[in-house]
Design a protein around this ligand. Sequence first.
Ligand code: AMP
Ligand code: GLY
Length: 428
Amino acid sequence: MKVLVIGSGAREHALVRALALDPVVDAVIAAPGNPGIAEVALVEPVAAGGSDPDDVVRLATRLAADLVVVGPEAPLVAGVADVVRAAGIPCFGPSAAAARLEGSKAFAKEVMSAADVPTGMAHVCSRTEEVEEALDALGAPHVVKEDGLAAGKGVVVTDDRDTALEHARACLDKPNGRVVVEEYLDGPEASLFCVCDGETVVPLSLAQDFKRVGDGDTGPNTGGMGAYCPLDWAPEGLVDDVVARIAQPVVDEMARRGTPFAGVLYVGLALTARGPRVIEFNVRFGDPETQVVLARLRTPLAQLLLAAAEGRLAEAEPLRWSEEHAVTVVVASEGYPGTPRTGDAVGGLDALPGAPEVYALHAGTGTDDDGLLVSSGGRVLSVVATGTSLAEARDRVYAAVGTVELAGSHHRRDIAAAAERGEVTVPV
Ligand code: AMP
Ligand code: GLY
């Protein structure tokens, strides 16, 4: 089987690695991929980073791909999965209509309300006066979210009303700008990826992501600075509960509307004293959680994703997992999540022990005119380690991050630290 993966981040590097390990897979091709992916798969150029549906179909047809797996949200929102499927090629990823669950926070709220899914109270606003009313009605801490796609950076959580209002104004000033003002949800966050085929929901393992740039959850939000799994502190039965009360009702509601959801429904949760509440939906694998979730998945990935693409998940075998813990730490460029500095030499990777214990997945890397590895984006590497305990996985990942050479880089030093100390608790 030949699999084409669309995307170029560390998530896609993790997907490519896992797909290539599936015994039924003969070839994995990534478009556009990155230099790290090129070490384990073929890479092909693609227009608009994979967001031009016709170009993706041309490529998939030329390669005679048996399955297309779409990594990022932008191609999904642009309808890549629709066009690939219409060409008769199985595609793992939702239609543009179903991808609105991520593409519009207002739409996601409306579906949740129709499906009676627990989430924070929210007001959708298109004028400053509405925002002011909503901020005063809900009180501090204030949560203001840009309605459309914003690469994880459209959300501001603050105690300061002026800061909240300023962010709302900046979003409203964009064409068709809308914001969602939401109730603050208190409690640890968790991500659950649910593989769906339009009807059946198969949950992967819970993971936790670290969205803020700085240690102790300080500074602005980013695309994600690190992650770990499993979550030993999670309440028993949480996964079943989230499937029963959130993922399955949403999948049923989308099917009822004639826009069935097939792909990954990424459920971003706050575990509050009143139970799990949805913070957000994404319609794809999360980055960096995928790096740790796939590090532990033992079920062959290509067969699972093909079963989802072909509507056969109900027949799938129960998933198998390694007993190990996995941690990933993102190494980011100077300036990220603002304007990142690029073009710096990336070194020290050859010294890493390698998979499955410790390995570097590439995200924003490229090659310079001499063919040397350089940084080309904000999140440059996602270093992954596994271990028999969370402490061992953390020791390994941080030892490896210490050997990576990238001028001006920064990373968080506290990924999975509170969990290792047993300090993550769900409020009661
Ligand atoms: P989102 O893009 O919706 O995932 O939001 C990014 C981050 O903002 C989340 O991971 C949370 O840390 C935070 N956040 C979003 N919504 C809320 C909320 N209602 N209450 C508390 N924190 C939130
Ligand atoms: N881990 C957050 C995201 O993928 O959006």
